[in-house]
Design a protein. Structure first.
Length: 551
C-alpha cells in the first residue's frame, strides 16, 4: 500500500477502512435490516392474533398467524446472529488493516517519524485508535438497524393511525435534536482527552527507558513534577469526557422512555375512542418499545462515529509523516570507495578502516551520511548515493550504532541459521550472552535487552550485525562497553572474519588501531590526516588522543 492510497482526511480514512470490507458490511447491513424488520413485525403479528383470534373468538386464523409468528421469531434471532457475525468480522479485518497500514508506513517513513510520534503514541495508535476506527463499522450496522426499525414501525403505526405514526417520527426527531449538541460537546472533550493521553503515554514510555539515567543525574523529582502535571491535565480532560458522556447516557436512557409514554398515551386515547383496536394498541406499545430501545443504539452509533473520527485524526496525522530520506533513486550496481565530501572521509573497499575522532558525534554523522541515513552529497564509486535505489543501499551497507533490541528469542534476533548465528556470537565475543540465555537459540531477550548487561547488549548488537554479513559494515563504537581483554579478542576476530570485506569502525582504541588497514583522523568533523596508525602516531595531537584512550 503506497502512501498515496491512504487518505489524509479523517472522514475519508474511515470510509477507506469501511470500503475495504464492502462485502461483509453490505451483508451485515442487509441481514440486520431483515432482523430489525422481523423484530418490529413480532408485536404486529401478536396484535393480529389478539384481534382476529382472541377478540373475534375464531380459531381459524390461529394456524396462519402462528406460522407467521414463528417465522418472524426465527428471522429476528437467527438472522440477527448472522448479521452480527458479518459485522464483527468486518470490524476485525478493519482493525488488522489499520495495524498493517501503521506498520507499513512506519517502515516507509523510518526516522521521519522521530520526534513527530512518541513510542507511547505508537502504542495508542495500534491499539485504542485501531480498535475505534474498526468498531465504528460494527456500531454503524446497529445504528442502521435502528433506522430500519423506526421506518418500518412508523409505517405500520401510520397504517393503524396517522397520529401514532406522526408521534413516533416526531419523537425520534426530537431525540436527535436534543442529543445532537451534547454529542458535539462530547467530541470536543474526546479530542482534548486523546491529546492528553498521547502526551502522558509518551512521558511514561520515555521514563521506562531512561529511569536509570534519571536516577544517575538526580532528575527523578523533575520528571515526577512533569508527570503529575500531565496526569492532572489528563484527569481534567477525563472529567470533561465523563460529564458530556453522562449526559449522553442519561438522555439515551430517558428520552426513549418518554417516547414510549407519549405513543402509549396517544394510542390509549385512540383505543378509547374506537379509532384503533386493542390489538393495534398492544402493537403500538410493543413496536414503540422496540423503536425506543434501538433509538438508543442510534445514539450509541453517533458516539462510536465521533470516537472513530477522533481516532482517525490521530491516525491520519501519523500517515501524513514522511521519510526524511528521499526514495526516488533508481541506479544499481555501485561499487568502489564510499566517500563523504562534507567530512572528507573515504572508506576504501576490502579494507578495515578505523576512524579516530576526539568526539564520536561528528564521525557518527559522517557514517550516517555514508549509509544514507541522512541526505548528503555522499558518493559510492563516483555515483551519488542519492541516485541509487534506497533498498539496494540498505541491503549492501549496514550501519551499527546503539541499535534497539526487541523482545524476541536469540535466534529471532540474529535471523540466520544456528551455525552462522553461533559463529557471529563467537566473533563478537558474546558467548556469555548465549550461555546466560540457556545456551539455546530459543532463549528469550527482553524488550530493549533489559535482561542483559550493557556490555552484553553491545556485543549482541555486534553479533547481529556480523550475522547479517553485509557487503559494507560501518560501526560506531562497537566495543566501548567491554573490558580491554574482551575488546582485543573482538577486534582480532572481526578483522579476521571480515578480511577482504569493507569495514569501518569509529573508535580511538589502540586495540582496533593495531589491526587497521587504514586510519582516518578527524578533527572537528573533518578528516585531518590518513595513513597507518604508526604513521599518524608521529603527530603529537593524534598520539595524545589515542594514548588517553589506551589509559
Amino acid at each position: 500500500m503506497s502512501p498515496a492510497d491512504i487518505p489524509a482526511d479523517p472522514w475519508r480514512y474511515l470510509w477507506y477502512v469501511a470500503r475495504a470490507q464492502t462485502g461483509l458490511v453490505a451483508l451485515g447491513f442487509v441481514l440486520l435490516s431483515v432482523s430489525g424488520s422481523a423484530w418490529i413485525l413480532l408485536p404486529w403479528t401478536i396484535s393480529r392474533i389478539i384481534d382476529e383470534v382472541l377478540l373475534a373468538g375464531s380459531a381459524e386464523p390461529l394456524a396462519r398467524w402462528s406460522v407467521a409468528l414463528v417465522a418472524v421469531a426465527i428471522a429476528s434471532s437467527w438472522v440477527f446472529v448472522a448479521g452480527y457475525r458479518s459485522l464483527f468480522m468486518a470490524e476485525s479485518h478493519a482493525r488488522v488493516r489499520t495495524v498493517r497500514n501503521l506498520t507499513d508506513h512506519l517502515n516507509r517513513a523510518g526516522t521521519g517519524v522521530r520526534g513527530a510520534v512518541s513510542p507511547g503514541e505508537m502504542v495508542n495508535l495500534s491499539t485504542e485508535d485501531a480498535h475505534k476506527t474498526g468498531s465504528f463499522i460494527f456500531q454503524l450496522g446497529f445504528g442502521w438497524m435502528g433506522l430500519v426499525m423506526t421506518a418500518v414501525g412508523a409505517v405500520l403505526l401510520w397504517r393503524a393511525s396517522p397520529a401514532l405514526g406522526w408521534t413516533t417520527l416526531i419523537g425520534v426527531l426530537l431525540i436527535g435534536f436534543v442529543v445532537g449538541p451534547v454529542l458535539s460537546r462530547l467530541q470536543h472533550h474526546q479530542i482534548a482527552y486523546r491529546s492528553s493521553v498521547a502526551k502522558l503515554t509518551g512521558q511514561a514510555s520515555d521514563v521506562v527507558g531512561g529511569l536509570r539515567v534519571l536516577r544517575g543525574v538526580g532528575g527523578e523529582a523533575q520528571f515526577s513534577h512533569r508527570y503529575r502535571s500531565a496526569s492532572a491535565e489528563l484527569r481534567e480532560a477525563g472529567y470533561g469526557v465523563a460529564t458530556a458522556d453522562s449526559w449522553v447516557q442519561g438522555l439515551r436512557a430517558s428520552l426513549p422512555l418518554a417516547l414510549i409514554a407519549a405513543v402509549t398515551w396517544v394510542g390509549a386515547r385512540l383505543a378509547l375512542n374506537g379509532a384503533i383496536t386493542i390489538g393495534e394498541l398492544s402493537a403500538a406499545f410493543g413496536m414503540t418499545a422496540l423503536v425506543a430501545q434501538h433509538s438508543g443504539a442510534m445514539i450509541g452509533m453517533a458516539q462510536s462515529v465521533i470516537a472513530a473520527q477522533v481516532a482517525s485524526r490521530r491516525l491520519t496525522a501519523f500517515f501524513n509523516t514522511r521519510s526524511d530520506i528521499a526514495d526516488d533513486g533508481t541506479a544499481t550496481g555501485a561499487g568502489g570507495t564510499l566517500r563523504d565530501p562534507e567530512s572528507g572521509l573515504a572508506i576504501e573497499p576490502g579494507r578495515l578502516t578505523v576512524v579516530v575522532s576526539a568526539e564520536a558525534k561528528p564521525a557518527e554523522a559522517a557514517m550516517e551520511r555514508l549509509a544514507r541515513y541522512s541526505e548528503s552529497a555522499a558518493e559510492w564509486g563516483g555515483a551519488k548515493l542519492a541516485d541509487l535505489a534506497l533498498d539496494e543501499v540498505r541491503e549492501r551497507v549496514l550501519l551499527l550504532r546503539d541499535d534497539y533490541l526487541f523482545a524476541q528469542t536469540l535466534g529471532e534476533t540474529l535471523r540466520v541459521d544456528e551455525a552462522r548465528a553461533l559463529a557471529a556470537i563467537d566473533t563478537a565475543g558474546a558467548g556469555d550472552v548465549h550461555s546466560s540465555l540457556g545456551s539455546t537459540m530459543d532463549g528469550e531477550i527482553h524488550n530493549a535487552g533489559r535482561n542483559l548487561s550493557g556490555g552484553q547488549r553491545q556485543r549482541l548488537r555486534l553479533a547481529r550485525a556480523l550475522a547479517a554479513d553485509a557487503e559494507i559494515l560501518l560501526a560506531v563504537e562497537p566495543t566501548s562497553a567491554v573490558d580491554a581483554h574482551t575488546e582485543s579478542l573482538i577486534a582480532e576476530r572481526v578483522a579476521a572474519a571480515r578480511a577482504g570485506r569493507t569495514t569501518a569502525v569509529v573508535t580511538a582504541s589502540p586495540l582496533w588501531l593495531a589491526r587497521a588497514d587504514h586510519v582516518a583522523w578527524m578533527v572537528d568533523g573533518k578528516v585531518r590526516a590518513t595513513g597507518s596508525h604508526a604513521e599518524l602516531s608521529l603527530q603529537d595531537e593524534y598520539r595524545s588522543l589515542t594514548s588517553r584512550q589506551e589509559s
